[in-house]
Design a protein. Structure first.
Length: 275
């Protein structure tokens, strides 16, 4: 059983939902990322989503775009991202790590070479924003050969046929983008999210994570009530940006932000009215 499958199974047995924070690797410097990853786990993260910085992150809003720019300016590349995961694994062999990025860096590295190196570093899943399932056969084969889960995005506009096509090839979990637009945009409509998650559940037994638009404990708890996982990114990256000049304070600051979400999610789960 993969680390992702084991983690979701354990959470189901506990009646809890996964909290998945996103940060961009190497932002604001290469030495900050691993301490932040450990701080997020201490604060209640169940899975860590680590962004691979890219020069043209088209699905991301200004906050995450600037994070990529800072990381790239500091010299962060895919090899260094894998080294960060390897360093994280020295102290944490349990928490799943998912790389989120765009296809170009993986393609340049070579799919087979990347997959082997990622598995050796301790990567559990890969989410490539700009790789549709119709074009994913070669990359899928490479990562599956090393027992790495391939995670795909679903959108509010995904119809039943599209949902089935994507969930048929996905593993680990599926990531439902709760808003039309880029990361950090718009406001959550929880009823709409609940309706779409119910539609997705009809065609897959994979855990369903929901991201985009989750900014605080209240919104995290609302989404946790209708999904299997809450993915939070822009608000954490924004906090990193605000503290870029004080890098030593970043791990504790992000830990406090995430702990508030974890507490709200767990409190909601413990309330009978929440179902």
């Amino acid at each position: 059983m993969s680390r992702l499958a084991a983690r979701f199974a354990a959470l189901r047995a506990q009646g809890r939902k996964a909290l998945i924070p996103f940060i961009t690797a190497g932002d604001p410097g290469t030495g900050v990322t691993v301490p932040v990853m450990h701080a997020l786990v201490r604060a209640g993260a169940d899975v860590v989503e680590l962004g691979v910085p890219f020069s043209d992150p088209m699905a991301d809003g200004p906050v995450v775009q600037r994070a990529s720019e800072r990381a790239l300016a500091g010299g962060t590349n895919l090899g260094q991202v894998l080294e960060m995961v390897r360093e994280f694994r020295v102290r944490d062999q349990e928490t799943p790590v998912v790389l989120m990025g765009y296809l170009n860096p993986f393609e340049i590295a070579g799919y087979a070479k990347f997959a082997k190196a990622a598995a050796q570093a301790g990567v559990d899943g890969v989410l490539t924003v700009d790789l549709p399932p119709e074009e994913a056969e070669a990359f899928l084969a490479a990562v599956r050969a090393h027992d790495i889960d391939m995670i795909f995005l679903l959108a509010p506009t995904s119809d039943a046929g599209r949902i089935k096509k994507i969930t048929d090839v996905a593993s680990g979990f599926v990531y439902y983008v709760s808003l039309k637009g880029v990361t950090g945009a718009g406001n959550l409509d929880v009823d709409s999210v609940a309706s779409k998650v119910a539609e997705i559940r009809k065609v897959t037994e994979l855990p369903i994570g929901v991201g985009f638009g989750i900014r605080d404990g209240a919104s995290a708890a609302q989404i946790a009530a209708v999904s299997d996982a809450v993915v939070v990114g822009s608000v954490l990256v924004q906090a990193i940006e605000s503290l870029a000049g004080e890098p030593d304070s970043i791990p504790d600051a992000l830990g406090r932000l995430l702990a508030e979400m974890r507490a709200a999610m767990d409190a909601r789960a413990a309330t009978p009215a929440a179902g």
